[in-house]
Design a protein around this ligand. Sequence first.
Ligand SMILES: [Mn+2]
Length: 483
Amino acid sequence: MSISKQEYARRRKALMAMMEPNSIAILPSAKEKARSRDTEYPFRQDSDFHYLTGFDEPEAVLVLLPEREHGEYVMFCREKNPDKEIWDGYRAGPAGACEQYSADDAFPVDDIDEILPGLIEGRERMYYAMGRDPDFDRHVMEWVNRIRAKVRAGAIPPGEFLDLDHFLHDMRLFKSAAEIRLMAKAADISAQAHVRAMQTCKPGRFEYELEAEIHYLCALQGGRRPAYNSIVGGGKNACVLHYVSNDQKLKSGDLVLIDAGCEYELYASDITRTFPVSGKFTREQKAIYNIVLKAQLAAIEQIKPGNHWNAPHDASVRCIVEGLLELGLLKGKVDKIIEKESYKAFYMHRIGHWLGMDVHDVGDYKVDDEWRVLEPGMVMTVEPGIYIASDNRKVEAKWRGIGVRIEDDVVITKDGCSVLTEGVPKTPADIERLMAGKTQGTKTGRSKSKAQAKAKSAVKSRAKSKTAAKAKTKVKTSRTRLK
Ligand SMILES: [Mn+2]
């Protein structure tokens, strides 16, 4: 299960079809980053670079030259080196870049200063994401300046610099059938890991122990990297939105919030569940939890083609305001509270984000200043929450320190949407049953096939709407002229 060579080729072709005539696109790979002295952070390829190549080495540069006679897809990469490969592992080398990754032409990256200016020369426009990497920006300007220095000898430097992101990120926003299958797999793995966390949670364990359970289960199934830093917050720590210390002891009577998901073949999953440390919700916890659950289901209800990006958020806000009014945590009229945004004391973030190769994936949320209309093939998270600060003196003491968030990954289909993360329970009754040991590991096995069947139908409906997706890729390009 991975992206085929043909699909990578289709992506490059689609991107080149959107580029203006006589242009060139340059995309560097991610860099290795030092952690401390001789140790490095685990290398993770740049999402855009991987999306177009599937090539996961550092020190590589992708160059696209539409209609170039000797090949449109050029790769610069590290040369093969038996000595270095003994220490650091396999390198494809330029020949491998052609044979295994379908490059038309490939060169050693050490020769890029000699070769790339010649490829740029004569191209009127350059697509390049200026400003992401100052070192690489400097190289690009050096190559262009080298051509400018030869203008009197007849050399033609590019006169226009364009942003590749608009095209590329709009393509990435619409997931192909193969991408949805990978995302369903990532979602399945993470769902099983959350089930494991619920099953193994008990008072006295530390937050990091649940983090370890999650990472272990994910890694065992190939989701070796978390898609983001895992959040495991017991009690009032759940009210810290990006809590990552994860070093406190879990107490009976508290809730614990886990926001964690693995990356599988560079596709992210993102799940949040909140459950009682001892396996039983208190009355207050359940009251808050049920509002969040109702808001989440109301939001998912709004996810369908034709509705705009903000519709699910609006639905969640209304549900949460109504629920908090009922419990006396907010006072006044629903519409007034929404207008004045006083609910933000409890629900201060938005409903979710695009999900894909990046956990906060690329793609515009607004087009021409209007909320984007949802279309099949988009994937988003749905994650409302209520957080009652432990020092909030405006509410009764019994509510303080309760933090609840419920998050699922949802793919938009032709008829509505499909939840990819259903393998982990989310009603209080189902969670309590699982934690009491009444529904054992079978839950994951059963839900796995369910989620995969769902992914299948999502894939099917996505295929039908390909033309709609294609039409959408015509977006405005912003141009930055360099002088
Ligand atoms: Mn999220």
